[in-house]
Design a protein around this ligand. Structure first.
Ligand SMILES: [Zn+2]
Length: 313
């Protein structure tokens, strides 16, 4: 299911401010989910909501629908000039042009694509909604699919400024993140991202995700991924409690070996783990205090050294 969803979304061309094909595919796939409602904000970001039962939502997951590309002859997004000046072949989509690379290839347990960043995050979120439907989960969760992240979080900032997303929700950014930007290993599990190049995320929200992973026995890596800045930083600037999940990304922004433009790639297992962790966080009982287990462990240590404390005077 995940691969079918990913293949269909990755097949859509995209660029900053030209996300309409990706958005149409996402809306079509979400229309198959009877408990999911979708709406667009003034800027064209998608706000989705799965609701079954009476539970309050705790999370809004967030992914962006664009990818660096040429728009009207101008390159939008972070790709160093030494890659671009080699004039790699382009594929023209009318209003914009992408690198002429395959949309989707599956090889050795990895997905290769011209635009894993962040269509993989979008696909993971759609897979979450489908999985909740399949399981008949009684829960409520929001999904934010944003535009024009690659030029400075334009969609996320417009959405945050609009106040449409309640501040009671924890916003969890879903990203693919350069494997060079941290100690994470591709294939070793979804990454609970404690921060990005610019900021660190909410400690309690991060602890809650780690707690959910541990309870569901999902392998995770806990890392600072400093290769780029993600939307969690943007939402945090507008007062949202934020956290991040990501998967390690090879050839970040299509920058391959020898200064050649190449397909980005991710591990299928890592992406599946990301979906499982979202399901676990969304459906599991919230930890009353995500720090309780750690505090209990440390307090047991304190007690075990009671014999070394000074006698009372
Ligand atoms: Zn990017």
């Amino acid at each position: 299911m995940l691969l079918d969803i990913a293949r269909a979304i990755l097949a859509q061309p995209t660029a900053p401010f030209h996300e309409d094909a990706v958005r149409a595919e996402i809306l079509m796939q979400l229309a198959q989910c009877p408990h999911v409602t979708t709406e667009l904000d003034d800027f064209g970001n998608v706000i989705a909501c799965y609701r079954r039962g009476t539970g309050e939502a705790r999370y809004a997951f967030a992914a962006h629908m664009d990818h660096p590309a040429y728009v009207g002859g101008e390159f939008l997004g972070g790709v160093p000039v030494e890659y671009r000046e080699k004039n790699p072949p382009l594929r023209d989509f009318g209003a914009f042009a992408m690198w002429d690379l395959p949309a989707f290839e599956l090889r050795d347990g990895r997905i290769f694509s011209r635009a894993c960043d962040d269509l993989i995050g979008c696909a993971a979120m759609v897979a979450l909604f489908h999985e909740l439907e399949r399981a008949g989960a009684e829960t409520c969760v929001h999904g934010l699919f944003t535009r024009a992240e690659e030029v400075g979080f334009v969609g996320a900032i417009r959405l945050a400024q609009s106040g449409r997303v309640p501040k009671t929700l924890t916003v969890v950014s879903l990203e693919t993140s350069s494997e060079k930007g941290g100690p994470a290993q591709m294939g070793a599990g979804v990454i609970v991202r404690v921060g990005d190049r610019t900021s660190i995320f909410d400690d309690a929200a991060t602890a809650s995700l780690l707690d959910a992973a541990q309870r569901a026995e999902i392998p995770v890596q806990r890392c600072l991924m400093s290769g780029g800045t993600c939307e969690a930083t943007a939402y945090q600037l507008y007062g949202y409690r934020s956290a991040g999940l990501c998967v390690a990304l090879g050839n970040y922004h299509n920058c391959g070996p020898d200064t050649q433009i190449a397909s980005e790639f991710v591990s299928v297992d890592d992406v599946a783990g990301m979906v499982r962790l979202m399901v676990a966080a969304t459906t599991g009982a919230p930890a009353a205090d995500p720090h309780a287990a750690l505090r209990a462990r440390l307090e047991a240590g304190v007690a075990s050294y009671a014999r070394f404390t000074e006698p009372p005077v």
